[in-house]
Design a protein around this ligand. Structure first.
Ligand code: SAM
Length: 238
């Protein structure tokens, strides 16, 4: 008596989300931190989006539940080191938003931009990798879901914007050329780089390394130079 056996359940995805983020590095650590980052939820063929999303237009924000599908092989530990604590201090996995969890389920609030002409659901402020499987969508309900006096431990405040962003002449020319295809590219890149996606312990003045971040189909090379994130080049990948 008294023992509790873990039950197991099987879920299927209701669709996948298409986002500009092709690799984990550089993705904002919470939704809404890059409000321009847009995602398209492409529904599975067994879901009728018009029926399943009827009335959703009246809600400006949504909760989306999803699977951290890139971490499925990664396992999990009961303590983790959140980047916000500088990557040294440990907290319990349930006191964190770590992507390595006993069940690899993520939860993000996004802005609802409605169904497009292809019946894909357009959302903004995503922190999800491209092709992430979505398992549920629910309306965000302000009176129930927003608790203005909640205390939030190590995540009490949004992280500071740490770095300025500058471009080489070459990167600037390439950026200007691709803005007609991806008008949000500059804002996204600016937001990613100013939030300093490097590991928490890296110095903002001394770091020789050239980093690379993928956005849409472009590989962006950048370096930190005296607290400025300097974009060296933007290369088309395919
Ligand atoms: N807001 C969600 C939550 O609290 O559950 C996600 C927070 S989690 C810290 C956000 C990070 O998850 C991103 O910065 C990215 O590196 C990672 N990520 C996003 N989509 C993923 C996926 N499909 N598989 C694995 N990691 C993913």
């Amino acid at each position: 008596a008294g023992s509790t056996n873990a039950a197991s359940f099987e879920f299927r995805s209701i669709g996948i989300i298409s986002t500009p983020f092709k690799q984990k590095f550089g993705i904002p650590r919470q939704s809404q931190s890059i409000s321009k980052a847009t995602g398209l939820i492409i529904f599975s063929s067994d879901i009728n989006p018009v029926n399943a999303c009827r009335g959703l237009d009246d809600f400006s924000h949504l909760w989306i539940s999803f699977i951290f599908h890139e971490n499925l092989q990664g396992g999990w530990k009961d303590t983790v080191r959140p980047p916000r604590l500088g990557g040294n201090e440990k907290v319990g996995v349930f006191a964190s938003r770590s992507t390595f969890r006993p069940n690899p389920i993520g939860l993000s609030v996004v802005k609802n931009l409605g169904l497009n002409s292809k019946n894909e659901l357009v959302v903004a402020g995503v922190d999800l990798l491209d092709k992430t499987p979505i398992i549920d969508i629910k309306p965000y309900i302000r009176y129930a879901d927003s608790i203005s006096d909640a205390s939030c431990g190590f995540a009490e405040f949004a992280p500071d914007t740490i770095l300025q962003v500058d471009y080489s002449d070459l990167a600037r020319v390439k950026l200007n050329k691709l803005l007609h295809k991806h008008p949000d590219f500059e804002v996204l890149l600016q937001n990613i780089l100013e939030q300093d996606p490097r590991p928490a312990y890296k110095s903002v003045t001394e770091d020789e390394k050239t980093y690379s971040v993928l956005l849409y189909s472009y590989d962006i090379k950048w370096q930190v130079r005296e607290a400025i994130n300097y974009v060296i080049d933007i290369e088309a990948k395919y």
